[in-house]
Design a protein around this ligand. Structure first.
Ligand SMILES: [Mg+2]
Length: 386
């Protein structure tokens, strides 16, 4: 059985050369907390999570202080047991947010390690529900200075031209009339047969505000409206779902299976966007997806197709991965060595073991920690923990 002998963590800060905006935030850089878990069988698993403009260090501290001491010298196959112990140890500082993101990163590394240990691609190790080919939707449509409606339409059309049958754009930053002009132009550009998703990134304060923004958009038949309110405002999600023809999608910053059950019990979303690098890792993502299946609700995980293509391929009720062609925006792809191929709008999962990629050491050096005289990785072994 594989015994965990060493854990390494770093934070890479990857700047956006052209900062982008959504309804209520401008993104200047993305910080990724990267983890490597080394086993005595010679195999290494990798995982990661993210923390937008700042704060990656908080995730790394949780791994260093809370999770690594639990994992060292343990059997990596005991993922459920290890998850429970990590969750319990972090109970007072965790359950959602930074600690749960850190737990997610190490949990993903355990799954990756275990799949690599038996030389299987992760989705097959998890029990494949699809045959190595995953439908995606093309995602972008951010607000940027000087970006015209024509630019936006060209961007959305470029997604369709590479085979995506569904595309997503941002809404909620401009007035309802201006956003209606953008959405209407995109619908005209892509035609009636392409699904059009809208992402509001928590734009609206209450139901009247949301309905004022959404009523003019209904005639363009959006497939879903994503994150209309603060994630904590579950009742308003439910109220909106009862008052618009557009499906409500949410969950990209939610953590823990109980919260997703609450969303489903309250009929607050008809699509969950559970993100494995946020919600508690692959272990928790599987529980949430299985519960959603019982409710007849699909899971369309948020971003990070390098991980989520495997999870979508492993679950029968996961119709899409999200694919963002512009890797200068969601720029995780800048720190890994192998990119997944897109063919006719589908991601092709290779037969390489585990996640099928590694961190690019040169990029980790460029973007990772530079303090002191050590390399970018903070190395933790058992003797360091005593
Ligand atoms: Mg979103």
């Amino acid at each position: 059985m594989p015994i965990i002998k060493q854990i390494e963590v770093t934070v890479t800060r990857v700047p956006l050369h052209n900062p982008v905006a959504f309804s209520n935030r401008v993104v200047q850089a993305r910080e990724y907390c990267l983890v490597r878990v080394f086993s005595d069988n010679g195999t290494t698993g990798i995982g990661y999570s993210y923390a937008v403009n700042t704060s990656g260090r908080i995730l790394a501290a949780a791994i260093e202080e809370v999770f690594a001491p639990i994992l060292l010298e343990r059997d990596s196959l005991e993922v459920e047991l290890l998850w429970k112990e990590m969750y319990q140890e972090a109970l007072l500082i965790g359950r959602a947010g930074a600690a749960m993101r850190a737990l997610s990163a190490v949990d993903i590394a355990l799954w990756d390690l275990n799949a690599r240990s038996v030389a299987l691609p992760l989705y097959k190790y998890m029990g494949a529900a699809k045959q190595g080919r995953v439908p995606t939707y093309g995602s972008g449509g951010y607000y940027q200075p000087h970006k015209t409606i024509d630019d936006l339409c060209s961007e959305m059309l470029s997604f369709v031209q590479v085979g995506h049958k569904a595309v997503k754009m941002k809404v909620g930053r401009l007035t309802p009339a201006k956003d209606a002009e953008r959405v209407g132009a995109v619908r005209d550009a892509i035609g009636p047969d392409i699904l059009l998703m809208l992402d509001a990134n928590n734009a609206w304060r209450d139901l009247p505000m949301a309905l004022t923004a959404l009523r003019p958009l209904e005639r363009f038949e959006p497939f879903w409206i994503e994150e209309p309110f603060s994630p904590d405002d579950i009742d308003n999600h439910a109220a909106l779902a009862r008052n618009t023809s557009i499906q409500v999608a949410t969950g990209e910053v939610e953590a823990g299976r109980w919260r997703f059950k609450e969303l489903m019990d309250k009929r607050a979303a008809s699509i969950l966007q559970t993100d494995a690098i946020v919600c508690g890792g692959i272990t928790e993502w599987r529980r949430i997806a299985a519960t959603a299946s019982s409710y007849g609700i699909p899971v369309a995980p948020h971003a990070w197709h390098d991980v989520h293509a495997h999870l979508v391929a492993s679950a029968d009720n996961a119709p899409y991965a999200e694919y963002m062609p512009d890797d200068s925006i969601v720029n995780f792809r800048n720190v890994i060595d192998i990119q997944m191929e897109l063919e006719d709008g589908d991601l092709i999962i290779s037969d390489r073991p585990g996640l099928g990629f590694n961190f690019d050491e040169e990029k980790v050096k460029d973007y990772g920690w530079k303090e002191g005289n050590r390399g970018p990785w903070l190395v933790m072994k058992n003797e360091d923990m005593k």
